[in-house]
Design a protein around this ligand. Structure first.
Ligand code: VTB
Ligand code: MG
Ligand code: MG
Length: 328
């Protein structure tokens, strides 16, 4: 993961730095719980295990937390629903976005890159989006001038502009795209330009992070649509590690539009950049469930469990990789 100063995003350190370690405990515990369901083919059981463990551990943290991006609406799920209060109820008022098991299918199939992700921000810092909303996303590294790509341009225009900015032929550009029927035309268009397309079956938080970490991954750009919650979580990570992203919500039904209005979204066609998706002081933690390109998965040893976590802080732009051994 490449570190580059995120320009213009320096905000006061309103979230105490010791909260980072608290978040590590939360994602570690959820990942350990989900790991029991790796390769068992039961997505719901894996997700439920992660949710329960995450909620239980979050409730030990001295915060007045509020879930703003969660598992769903209050009537749809028992825990980590939008609006649910979490934490001890003492301490700072914070907003929390979670994907307790990002890539449930990957976990159920024991395939790479299933992770537990949580972001914490000052109250009001995170764009509030419902679980069922999708987002068009585009992401590139921090090293390019602002405005190099644009979500409203065609894929062809974007990869041409990127190749020019990078000073390489199109054949040396790699785009990462979620492998979905809805992306068939996008993939065809990209291949037509001569760029390489890396298809992922799930997990586009990792996909966006890979796209901004070109030196490590060889991936230059993320394109396509995925979950809006994952878009906000990815943006929170980019606040800490650098990288450019634009997102546009896909509010394609009257119900989604009405819910978005309730959640404070007045312009359905707005293009959000990183600091508009995740503003102010932000902390992000992610723990690997299955071995992946971002993080190692949970390792079960005879008397212990090993976890691999990354925790980031926007104020200092520190990124820590924490390997932990837990007795069992
Ligand atoms: C997207 C993507 C996620 O699920 O939400 C995807 O952002 C769902 O897309 O990373 P489909 O409904 O087309 O399957 C993930 O891949 C995993 O949550
Ligand atoms: Mg989920
Ligand atoms: Mg997800």
């Amino acid at each position: 993961m490449k570190l580059s100063k995120v320009e213009g995003t320096k905000t006061p350190a309103n979230l105490h730095r010791s909260l980072t370690l608290e978040l590590v405990r939360v994602t570690e515990r959820a990942a350990i719980a989900a790991a029991e369901w790796r390769g068992k083919g039961d997505e719901k059981a894996a997700d439920d295990a992660a949710v329960q463990a995450m909620k239980a551990e979050l409730d030990t943290v001295a915060i007045s937390g509020r879930i703003v991006i969660g598992e769903g609406e209050q009537h749809e799920c028992d825990d980590l629903y939008i609006g649910q209060a979490v934490g001890l109820g003492s301490g700072p008022e914070v907003d929390i976005a979670v994907d307790p098991l990002e890539g449930v299918t990957l976990c159920a199939k024991n395939q790479p890159d299933s992770i537990v992700v949580l972001a914490m921000a000052e109250r009001g810092g995170l764009l509030n989006v419902a679980r069922n909303v999708y987002m068009h996303k585009i992401a590139i590294g921090a090293e390019y001038p602002r405005g190099t790509v644009n979500i409203d341009w065609t894929a062809t225009e974007n990869v041409n502009a990127l190749a020019k900015a990078k000073g390489v032929p199109l054949s040396e550009i790699t785009a990462i795209v979620l492998d979905r029927p809805r992306h068939a035309a996008l993939i065809e268009e990209l291949r037509g330009t001569g760029v390489a397309v890396k298809l992922i079956s799930d997990g586009d938080i990792a996909g966006v992070i890979h796209a901004v970490s070109t030196e490590d991954t060889g991936i230059d750009i993320y394109l396509g649509s995925g979950g809006a919650p994952e878009g906000v979580l990815a943006a929170a990570a980019l606040r800490c590690i650098g990288g450019q992203m634009q997102g546009k919500l896909i509010l394609d039904t009257p119900e989604k539009r009405a819910r978005a209005v309730e959640m404070g979204i007045t312009d359905a066609n707005r293009i959000y950049d990183v600091t508009e998706l995740a503003a102010g002081d932000v902390l992000v933690a992610a723990t690997g469930v299955t071995d992946g390109t971002l993080l190692d998965g949970i390792r079960l040893r005879r008397h212990s469990v090993e976890t691999s976590t990354v925790v980031m802080r926007s104020w200092s732009q520190t990124v820590r990789w924490i390997k932990a051994r837990h007795a069992r």
